[in-house]
Design a protein around this ligand. Sequence first.
Ligand code: K1U
Ligand code: ZN
Length: 183
Amino acid sequence: MAIREIITVPNPTLKLVSKPVEGVDDALRTLMDDMLETMYDAPGIGLAAIQIGEPVRVIVMDLQEKPEGAEPEAEGIKAPRYFVNPEIIWSSEELAPYEEGCLSVPEIYDEVMRPASVKLRYLNYHGEPVEEVATGLFATCIQHEMDHLEGILFIDHLHGHSGICRQGLGRTCRFRPRSRLCL
Ligand code: K1U
Ligand code: ZN
Protein backbone atom coordinates (compact mmCIF):
# COMPACT_ATOMS: atom_id res chain seq x y z
CA MET A 1 0.00 0.00 0.00
CA ALA A 2 1.13 3.55 -0.63
CA ILE A 3 0.24 7.01 0.61
CA ARG A 4 -0.50 9.19 -2.41
CA GLU A 5 -0.57 12.99 -2.71
CA ILE A 6 -4.02 14.55 -2.26
CA ILE A 7 -4.57 17.28 -4.82
CA THR A 8 -6.08 20.56 -3.65
CA VAL A 9 -7.84 23.59 -5.13
CA PRO A 10 -7.31 25.20 -7.58
CA ASN A 11 -5.96 22.08 -9.35
CA PRO A 12 -8.24 21.71 -12.45
CA THR A 13 -8.19 17.90 -12.16
CA LEU A 14 -10.74 18.26 -9.32
CA LYS A 15 -13.24 19.55 -11.91
CA LEU A 16 -13.08 16.41 -14.11
CA VAL A 17 -16.03 14.03 -14.38
CA SER A 18 -14.74 10.57 -13.37
CA LYS A 19 -15.31 7.54 -15.62
CA PRO A 20 -17.02 4.27 -14.56
CA VAL A 21 -14.69 1.29 -14.15
CA GLU A 22 -15.18 -1.95 -16.10
CA GLY A 23 -15.10 -4.17 -13.03
CA VAL A 24 -13.17 -4.86 -9.84
CA ASP A 25 -9.78 -6.52 -10.39
CA ASP A 26 -6.51 -6.65 -8.43
CA ALA A 27 -5.27 -3.37 -9.96
CA LEU A 28 -8.43 -1.60 -8.77
CA ARG A 29 -8.13 -3.19 -5.30
CA THR A 30 -4.55 -1.84 -5.12
CA LEU A 31 -5.90 1.63 -5.96
CA MET A 32 -8.60 1.27 -3.25
CA ASP A 33 -5.95 0.12 -0.71
CA ASP A 34 -3.78 3.16 -1.56
CA MET A 35 -6.80 5.48 -1.28
CA LEU A 36 -7.66 4.09 2.14
CA GLU A 37 -4.11 4.45 3.44
CA THR A 38 -3.99 8.02 2.06
CA MET A 39 -7.34 8.82 3.74
CA TYR A 40 -6.23 7.42 7.14
CA ASP A 41 -2.96 9.33 6.90
CA ALA A 42 -4.64 12.69 6.08
CA PRO A 43 -6.75 12.03 8.26
CA GLY A 44 -10.21 12.00 6.72
CA ILE A 45 -13.42 9.99 6.72
CA GLY A 46 -13.81 9.66 2.95
CA LEU A 47 -11.84 10.00 -0.27
CA ALA A 48 -12.71 9.92 -3.98
CA ALA A 49 -10.14 8.60 -6.48
CA ILE A 50 -10.01 11.95 -8.30
CA GLN A 51 -8.54 13.48 -5.13
CA ILE A 52 -5.37 11.49 -5.81
CA GLY A 53 -5.56 12.32 -9.52
CA GLU A 54 -7.34 9.13 -10.72
CA PRO A 55 -10.52 10.04 -12.68
CA VAL A 56 -12.44 6.80 -11.96
CA ARG A 57 -15.72 6.32 -10.07
CA VAL A 58 -14.28 4.87 -6.86
CA ILE A 59 -14.74 6.06 -3.26
CA VAL A 60 -13.40 4.84 0.09
CA MET A 61 -14.78 5.72 3.52
CA ASP A 62 -14.41 4.89 7.21
CA LEU A 63 -16.89 6.48 9.62
CA GLN A 64 -15.79 4.47 12.66
CA GLU A 65 -15.27 6.69 15.71
CA LYS A 66 -12.35 6.22 18.11
CA PRO A 67 -13.32 4.54 21.40
CA GLU A 68 -14.16 7.06 24.14
CA GLY A 69 -11.09 8.14 26.15
CA ALA A 70 -8.63 6.93 23.50
CA GLU A 71 -5.42 8.94 22.98
CA PRO A 72 -5.63 11.26 19.93
CA GLU A 73 -2.93 9.26 18.16
CA ALA A 74 -4.45 5.89 19.12
CA GLU A 75 -5.53 3.61 16.30
CA GLY A 76 -9.31 3.14 16.21
CA ILE A 77 -11.06 -0.04 15.14
CA LYS A 78 -11.05 0.18 11.38
CA ALA A 79 -14.26 -0.18 9.36
CA PRO A 80 -13.26 0.54 5.75
CA ARG A 81 -15.92 0.76 3.06
CA TYR A 82 -15.45 0.75 -0.71
CA PHE A 83 -17.85 2.06 -3.36
CA VAL A 84 -17.22 1.29 -7.03
CA ASN A 85 -19.45 2.92 -9.69
CA PRO A 86 -21.86 4.20 -6.99
CA GLU A 87 -25.31 5.47 -7.97
CA ILE A 88 -27.96 7.20 -5.89
CA ILE A 89 -31.25 5.51 -6.79
CA TRP A 90 -33.44 7.38 -4.28
CA SER A 91 -33.09 10.57 -2.19
CA SER A 92 -35.30 11.69 0.70
CA GLU A 93 -37.19 14.96 0.40
CA GLU A 94 -36.07 15.77 3.92
CA LEU A 95 -32.80 17.71 4.00
CA ALA A 96 -30.19 17.74 6.78
CA PRO A 97 -27.39 20.26 7.49
CA TYR A 98 -23.78 19.24 8.16
CA GLU A 99 -20.65 21.34 8.60
CA GLU A 100 -18.50 19.76 5.89
CA GLY A 101 -14.80 19.81 5.24
CA CYS A 102 -12.75 18.48 2.33
CA LEU A 103 -9.16 17.27 2.14
CA SER A 104 -8.92 19.00 -1.26
CA VAL A 105 -10.13 22.34 0.20
CA PRO A 106 -7.89 22.70 3.26
CA GLU A 107 -8.94 24.68 6.33
CA ILE A 108 -12.47 25.50 5.16
CA TYR A 109 -15.55 24.09 6.89
CA ASP A 110 -19.07 25.24 6.14
CA GLU A 111 -22.64 24.03 6.40
CA VAL A 112 -24.17 22.22 3.43
CA MET A 113 -27.79 21.02 3.19
CA ARG A 114 -28.26 17.65 1.51
CA PRO A 115 -30.94 14.92 1.42
CA ALA A 116 -31.01 13.30 4.88
CA SER A 117 -31.19 9.75 3.44
CA VAL A 118 -30.24 8.21 0.11
CA LYS A 119 -30.47 4.71 -1.35
CA LEU A 120 -27.26 3.55 -3.04
CA ARG A 121 -26.30 0.95 -5.58
CA TYR A 122 -22.58 0.11 -6.04
CA LEU A 123 -20.00 -2.65 -6.35
CA ASN A 124 -18.03 -3.54 -3.21
CA TYR A 125 -14.32 -4.45 -2.78
CA HIS A 126 -15.04 -7.91 -4.22
CA GLY A 127 -17.03 -6.61 -7.21
CA GLU A 128 -20.36 -7.75 -5.73
CA PRO A 129 -23.45 -5.56 -6.31
CA VAL A 130 -24.86 -3.94 -3.15
CA GLU A 131 -27.96 -1.82 -2.47
CA GLU A 132 -28.29 -0.02 0.86
CA VAL A 133 -29.83 3.03 2.50
CA ALA A 134 -27.48 5.66 3.95
CA THR A 135 -28.56 8.03 6.71
CA GLY A 136 -26.82 10.55 8.99
CA LEU A 137 -23.10 11.15 8.40
CA PHE A 138 -22.99 8.21 5.97
CA ALA A 139 -25.58 9.96 3.75
CA THR A 140 -23.71 13.28 3.95
CA CYS A 141 -20.30 11.75 3.26
CA ILE A 142 -21.36 9.56 0.31
CA GLN A 143 -23.10 12.55 -1.34
CA HIS A 144 -20.00 14.71 -0.78
CA GLU A 145 -17.78 11.99 -2.30
CA MET A 146 -20.16 11.34 -5.22
CA ASP A 147 -20.05 15.08 -5.97
CA HIS A 148 -16.27 14.67 -6.42
CA LEU A 149 -17.01 12.11 -9.17
CA GLU A 150 -18.90 14.89 -11.02
CA GLY A 151 -16.17 17.49 -10.46
CA ILE A 152 -18.24 19.25 -7.78
CA LEU A 153 -16.77 20.50 -4.48
CA PHE A 154 -18.75 21.22 -1.32
CA ILE A 155 -17.90 24.92 -1.66
CA ASP A 156 -19.87 24.92 -4.93
CA HIS A 157 -23.01 24.37 -2.79
CA LEU A 158 -22.46 27.39 -0.55
CA HIS A 159 -25.07 30.07 -1.04
CA GLY A 160 -23.71 33.14 -2.78
CA HIS A 161 -20.39 31.53 -3.69
CA SER A 162 -19.17 30.28 -7.04
CA GLY A 163 -16.08 28.72 -5.48
CA ILE A 164 -12.84 29.76 -3.88
CA CYS A 165 -11.75 33.36 -4.14
CA ARG A 166 -9.42 33.70 -7.14
CA GLN A 167 -7.18 36.02 -5.14
CA GLY A 168 -6.51 33.29 -2.58
CA LEU A 169 -8.06 32.54 0.78
CA GLY A 170 -6.89 35.65 2.57
CA ARG A 171 -10.00 37.76 2.09
CA THR A 172 -12.96 37.55 4.41
CA CYS A 173 -16.41 36.72 3.11
CA ARG A 174 -18.99 39.33 4.09
CA PHE A 175 -21.65 36.61 4.44
CA ARG A 176 -19.55 34.03 6.28
CA PRO A 177 -16.75 35.90 8.09
CA ARG A 178 -15.24 32.69 9.49
CA SER A 179 -15.14 30.81 6.20
CA ARG A 180 -12.49 32.93 4.42
CA LEU A 181 -14.35 32.45 1.15
CA CYS A 182 -15.42 35.43 -0.87
CA LEU A 183 -17.51 36.16 -3.94
O1 K1U B 1 -12.05 15.35 1.13
C1 K1U B 1 -12.94 14.54 1.36
O2 K1U B 1 -13.77 14.27 0.52
C2 K1U B 1 -12.98 13.90 2.72
C3 K1U B 1 -13.84 14.63 3.73
C4 K1U B 1 -15.16 13.89 3.84
C5 K1U B 1 -16.30 14.63 4.46
C6 K1U B 1 -16.19 15.24 5.68
C7 K1U B 1 -17.28 15.89 6.24
C8 K1U B 1 -18.47 15.90 5.58
C9 K1U B 1 -18.58 15.31 4.36
C10 K1U B 1 -17.49 14.66 3.78
C11 K1U B 1 -13.09 14.63 5.06
O3 K1U B 1 -12.80 13.61 5.58
S1 K1U B 1 -12.69 16.16 5.77
C12 K1U B 1 -11.91 15.71 7.31
C13 K1U B 1 -12.87 15.21 8.35
O4 K1U B 1 -14.07 15.38 8.22
C14 K1U B 1 -12.35 14.51 9.54
C15 K1U B 1 -11.02 14.34 9.76
C16 K1U B 1 -10.56 13.67 10.89
C17 K1U B 1 -11.45 13.19 11.82
C18 K1U B 1 -12.80 13.36 11.63
C19 K1U B 1 -13.26 14.01 10.49
ZN1 ZN C 1 -14.04 16.30 -0.47
